[in-house]
Write a protein that binds this ligand. Sequence first.
Ligand SMILES: [Zn+2]
Length: 222
Amino acid sequence: MWAFARPIARWMADQITRAADRTREEPMETIVGYCDYCEDSTAFSHIAIHMVNEEPPCEYTFCKCSKCERPAVFLREDVGEGFEADSFWRMFPKQERHIGFALPTVVRGSYDEAVKCEEAKAWTATAAMVGRALEAVCRDYDPTTKTIHEGLKRMLTNGAISQEISDWANALRVIRNVAAHATTASVSRQDAVEALDFLQSILEILYDLRPRFMKMKARHGP
Ligand SMILES: [Zn+2]
């Protein structure tokens, strides 16, 4: 009657062994990331990797900076396509985001809130705030804009954004739509963090690099 128990017990033992195998201590390849102490992009060499079988499965990589030897911990998640499909996110020292140029008030407020949500690991809220910032960018360009989709289309048609920026912004709009609707679909850490990464780059191009380029061009004449 308990004939099925043996395969289950074997399966469970197999899972435990696999989980144990997943804590590795041998040095692995390096992770390239920004070191706050060196204030530079450096190579972090692995000390140990620890896997946690939660939902989604997490991979914690303990490293040291190859220049200053200070420690760092990186996280990757397996949301169904393996850990390799995720990018490394630095948990310690905490990855700081910073925008050091002027932004329209509503854009700044939404961006700052998105960063706070990211710090609180509230991924759906992060994506929702990224969408709010994007909407504010569209309204800053044209106050009559009703939807992000319409706003981006108008900005692209008028040459205010390139095709590439339009593609990035539309991808953020799709992630934001998942975040904004009360369905069972949730936003992964990777999607939320990358949405904020791309938003940051869009803001940098529109509100920092472009105005600086115009000034540079004006300085040097036609
Ligand atoms: Zn360092």
